[in-house]
Structure formats: structure tokens, C-alpha cells
Design a protein around this ligand. Sequence first.
Ligand code: NAD
Length: 327
Amino acid sequence: MNIIVTGGAGFIGSNFIFHMLAKYPDYRIICLDKLTYAGNLTTLQPVMDKPGFRFVQGDICDREAVNRLFEEEKPDVVVNFAAESHVDRSIENPGIFLQTNIMGTAVLMDACRKYGIRRYHQISTDEVYGDLTLAEDVAPFTEAAPLRASSPYSSSKASADLLVMAYHRTYGLPVTISRCSNNYGPYQFPEKLIPLMLVNALQDKQLPVYGTGMNVRDWLYVEDHCHAVDLIIHKGKVGEVYNIGGNNEMRNIDIVKLICKELGKPESLITHVADCKGHDMRYSFDSTKLQNELGWRPETQFAVGMKKTIEWYLANKSWWQDIINGK
Ligand code: NAD
């Protein structure tokens, strides 16, 4: 099987490549990544020389380059992780989010139509459902919930989801979509909550928490996400959407306090900074469908996943220090 993995030099995409190469030694994995600020070739160094792996630097919005790659590799499956992924950056500059997250998705699916494909899989997010207030006692969002995105990031992902389903209905493209909650684990760029707090705490820097820190997110260890995507591309039903959740809702402030405790740092490093309107209060969603249909379960308990993550950031200081130093 030939699989094009876009955005594979980023956090989740690289973990997915490691997972796939380890589990399916006879597969060919082709990583297409533009190497934006969030892409890091150092991350892929351990697999660069593997015979079943090829890295190609390129933009998913570049129709010619994408078509050329499809012509060369004749992929069976495309898994699209490539995206601008940081909510705060989308609030400052939405344009690139619309370009990559929506137009890039269309370019990839056009190539899938042109060259034929067994499966196009879109990596999406729970953020497309919008948020709940802390007080709301409602059933968690299922795949049938309406899309109610709050930020330019989540609305670009929701738009892409609509486009993916439209390509399925209009052109019969064999697609699946997965919507995952917040991931954490090795190789996450230190602008997202957990790695940012980890690297700041390790440097005795302030730990900036938005608002009161009461915002609730559902956290999933990245390897569990990779396993779910692996199951969906092999066994998921074409035309379906699958939620992937950790069933582990936590307040941001509690995560930051946990990091202080684990690293032996004082909570006085925590500073509260103004929150902004595009930030959601709480996500809560239901991944029963994936559990019932494909037998998936989140296997890594939060305490275990956090321990592994902290150990990884302690053992790989040069990885994040090079990012901080702009290398
Ligand atoms: P990331 O920012 O760490 O990585 C994104 C990767 O995409 C980078 O390697 C970057 O170079 C590449 N990229 C960006 N624009 C590109 C383009 N135009 N062409 C080719 N490559 C491009 O992101 P991540 O956290 O690994 O997220 C991956 C996917 O998972 C995204 O689609 C995101 O929306 C989704 N997702 C993330 C989370 C999370 O908690 N991080 C949760 C749910 C869903």
C-alpha cells in the first residue's frame, strides 16, 4: 500500500508516520510537507533513510506539484494532516488558514479524483462543533451535531469537512473524516498548551494561562489518535465521520498545575493573561461510534501519557531548544 501523508513533519503527522512504518514494514509512506514554521525535518530524521519512506517538500495548495507526486507515487490512500493548526495565529492572520486548510484540501481531493484513490482521509478536529458553557449539562456532541465553529481556525477546518463530504456526494470520492480532541505527546511544537508550559517551566519562565484557566479540553495521547486513524483508513466506512476523543476532560489550569508539580516548579510561575473571543470554553464530545464500529479505545491514561510526554521533553531538549532559538 502506498500512502501519502501530508503535514508529516508536524506533531501528529510525524507520530502517525512512525506508527505506520513500525506496524506495516511493507507499506510505502510518502510525506508531503511544506515545512512551515511548524514543520521540522529533525523530527523525521529517524526514518529518513528507511527504504519504505520518502520525504517531499511541497505545498498542498500547489496543484502542479501535488499532481506530479500523484503521477509518480500512484497512492492508494491519502491522509491529510497538513494544516495551519494554531487558533491564536488564525485570529491574527486568517488568510493562510483559509488557503491551506480549505483550498489545499480541495487540491488534494482533485488529485485523488484525477488519479484514482482507494481512500482520502481528512484529519479534522472537535473544534468544528463549537463549544459549550461550563454550566451546560447537555449530551456531548456526536458526529450528527451541527458545525458551529468559533475561530478562523475551526471554521476553516469545518469548511474543509463540508468540502470533503461534498466531494463524496458529488463525485463519489471515497472519503472518511476523523474529528479528534486535543492531542499531547512527543514532538508537539511549543506554542500549544502542554509543550509551551513544559518548556517554559523547564526554563523557569512565566506560565501564561488565558483568563482564569477554567477552559475545559478533552485530552488524548497522540499515539491513541494515530491508532484510531490507522483503524479508520483500513476498516472505516466510506462517507463516514468518526469522533476520536480521550474521554478525559480537564481544565487548563489543572494541567498547568500538574506540570509545575511534576517538574518541581512553583505555581507562582503561573500568570493569567487576557482571554480572547475566538477561544472556546469547553469541548465535550462522544466517540461511541468509533468504539462500537471499529473497537477503538483510548489506551493511554492521562497520568501515564503526561509522564511519557514530560520524559520526552526532558530527554530531547535540543529538539525544542533549536525551535526556541529559531534554528
Ligand atoms: P502542526 O502544526 O504540528 O503540523 C502541521 C504540519 O503541516 C507542519 O509540518 C507544516 O509544515 C505542514 N503544513 C502546513 N501548511 C502546509 C501546506 N500548505 N502544505 C504542506 N504542508 C503544510 O499540526 P498538528 O498539531 O500535528 O495537527 C495536524 C492535523 O491535526 C491538523 O489538520 C489539525 O487541524 C488536526 N488536529 C490537531 C489537534 C491537536 O491537538 N494538535 C487536534 C485535532 C485535530
